[in-house]
Design a binder for this molecule. Sequence first.
Ligand code: NAI
Ligand code: 13P
Length: 368
Amino acid sequence: MSSSQSLEKVCIIGSGNWGTAVAKIVGNNVTRFPHIDSKVMMWVFEEQVDGTPLTEVINTRHENTKYLPGIQLPANVVAEPNLLKAARDATLLIFVLPHQFIRHTCVELRGHIRPNAKAISLVKGLDTHDGGLDLVSNVIADELSKPSGSSSTNGNGRTDRLDVSILSGANIANEIAQEKFSETTIGYRIEQNGRLFHDLFNTSYFRVNIVNDPSGVELCGALKNVVALGAGFVDGLDLGDNTKAAIIRIGLMEMMRIAQYVDPSVRDATFFESCGIADVITTCYGGRNRRIAEAFVRTGLPFDDLEKEMLNGQKLQGTSTCLKVCQFLRERQLSQEFPLFTTIYNICFQGLPPDHITQFPLPHLSKM
Ligand SMILES: NC(=O)C1=CN([C@@H]2O[C@H](COP(=O)(O)OP(=O)(O)OC[C@H]3O[C@@H](n4cnc5c(N)ncnc54)[C@H](O)[C@@H]3O)[C@@H](O)[C@H]2O)C=CC1
Ligand SMILES: O=C(CO)COP(=O)(O)O
């Protein structure tokens, strides 16, 4: 095997606001490691920007003018519109797409990734499966480890399950792209892979901590987006900081309990990592879910219209996560135990007036 074949090779699957900020970090970091190829492939869902393909804009200007304007990318980040071409040589796959695009992207990739590939998901959202909630990391592992045809191996020539770590934290992409200090959390199943991804992402301004609680890290990232909608309603109603702090506190308590219903192995301690309380706070102050929920109250327009008008192609993750989580709770007769999540759902989807955000009954304390 030649030395270039034995190098780890990185492919970033996604090129939105966070995907592009991450490309800057990873593109710079790989040049420090002799065992990692310095070329970083980035799959771009192709679109025209002022009449030019976005991939061409990125590869000539080294800037994603649509999703992360004003930030220079390292020249070793190569934008590629063909998914299979982007990922075919990669041993380190970084998934950073809005959650609604994950499954079909993985189905397209099935049978086309390297047998020794490892993955990490930066996606904050959830999927559904047979009436239950499915973690995005499971969707990625399931879809990319499924047998194709009757072969005893799967289409990628691998017999084992793809290992998928999780990265999630208080990480507003624009701030990190400007190298403002923040922390993040990697949840690993296989410690060696957690350490490998730690090295790929860690910088002086983006401090990575690794924990052996992948489901906890992932559920934090998905569920906090629902709490952020509640914070946006508070802002839209001009209710002030004490009310927002209450929403954050109650939201965190409900997140911890929902996580237990989804995966009882989730650890409470994970909620005190960057992926937990810190991400709830940052998203409830600076995130897109908060901003659109505030506009929902002030304008009365539907979320879909506001997303199109205000986000320039970026995607909201909170509303569809709220729908899936509250359906999961309802089917298990658990809604009454989660009054904040249920109220947010009723405001988003059932026409409940937003001022009900502070009018829900408190659950019995012994249940918290
Ligand atoms: N933006 C942020 O500050 C952060 C985002 N995240 C999470 O990262 C994930 C990705 O978010 P962003 O990078 O911000 O994306 P984004 O919301 O900025 O951009 C949307 C992306 O979806 C792509 N897209 C549109 N239609 C598609 C299709 N049919 N198939 C595949 N891709 C399609 C667009 O090309 C674009 O790259 C989300 O789960 C988000 O919650 C996590 C931390 C921070
Ligand atoms: O996840 C985020 C910050 O950690 C970004 O949240 P929004 O998607 O609400 O902008």
